[in-house]
Design a protein around this ligand. Structure first.
Ligand code: LHQ
Length: 261
């Protein structure tokens, strides 16, 4: 599988997806969106064997959002079309993917690049990485789910200031505000993120997929509806091979061997 703007490989149960336009801080182009979509189609295929995804970037940046170099001159573009056809499908797909996505933010994550990272399930960042809701600097609103996820992760007061001031914050600040899971030393990021993805890939995949779904659904649910949803998911998972294995392993005092079924 060879692409021009991303690196992609499925190593056993971990799909590794690396944004690879380092000269432009891995900013998004239409071509990159097309390649990401193709990679996700491969990941979603039952034959892929993938049970976790690891996303990162090459070079000193993670992703600087939309490639603004492609946006100069000519008539005013229909950004709604770009969002509708490229960004929204990507974010929807990531949230709906029935396996965990680990993000290793190796450098600056700006604009849609930051919200692409926040759409992942567990985000690690290098100590030198930074995050910026760059949109207001160029007259735009946070997209790629930014207006939805920022207040949920960081609270409404911080979400507003982050979005309006468009200041760059450190990885430490992002962790302190609950935007990401953990900060790790730069030279440990790749190894820690890979270990985390491998650990998740050995877990009961269906349960992890159900956790993603239940937590997102909770954002618009009543407690009553959510209690029913948990019942339904538990009923379904209670019939899974991984649940049987988890209980058997516990009783037999051994490590479980989950298959993601
Ligand atoms: C870039 C970019 C970039 C191209 C750095 N494009 N080249 C959705 C739908 C449709 C349209 C609009 O947008 C969206 C969503 C969005 O994402 S809007 C937000 C777009 N992103 C930004 O506004 C961020 C722009 N970049 C920056 O503010 C800075 O580059 C950051 C703060 C990310 C990093 O700053 P530095 O570490 O100082 O790096 P740099 O600015 O020197 O950038 C390095 C190179 O990367 C440089 O190229 P050059 O040829 O001069 O070395 C930049 O031009 C290029 N680059 N971001 N988004």
């Amino acid at each position: 599988m060879s692409y021009a703007t991303i690196l992609f490989a499925i190593d056993g149960p971990v799909a590794r997806l690396t944004l690879n336009r380092p000269d432009k801080l891995n900013s998004f182009t239409a071509e990159m969106h097309g390649e990401l979509a193709d990679a996700f189609t491969r990941i979603e295929s039952p034959e892929s064997g993938a049970r976790a995804v690891l996303i990162t970037g090459t070079g000193r940046g993670f992703c600087a959002g939309q490639d603004l170099g492609q946006r100069r001159g000519g008539e005013a573009p229909d950004l709604g079309h770009t969002i509708d056809t490229l960004y929204n499908p990507l974010i929807r797909r990531m949230r709906a993917l029935k396996m965990p996505i680990v993000c290793a933010v190796n450098g600056v994550a700006a604009g849609a690049g930051a919200n692409f990272a926040f759409a992942c399930d567990i985000v690690l960042a290098a100590r030198s990485a930074s995050f910026m809701q760059a949109f207001a600097r160029i007259g735009l609103v946070p997209d790629s789910g930014g207006t939805w996820i920022l207040p949920r992760l960081a609270g409404p007061a911080r979400a507003r200031a982050l979005a309006m001031l468009a200041e760059r914050i450190t990885a430490e600040q992002a962790a302190a505000w609950g935007l990401i899971w953990q900060v790790v030393d730069d030279d440990r990021l790749a190894a820690e993120a890979a270990a985390l993805a491998e650990r998740l890939a050995a877990m009961p995949t269906r349960a992890l997929g159900a956790i993603k779904m239940a937590l997102d659904a909770a954002e618009t649910s009543t407690l009553d509806a959510q209690l029913d949803r948990e019942r339904d998911l538990q009923r379904e998972l209670g019939r899974s091979a991984d649940y049987a294995e988890g209980v058997a392993a516990f009783l037999e005092k051994r490590a479980p061997a989950f298959k993601g079924r």
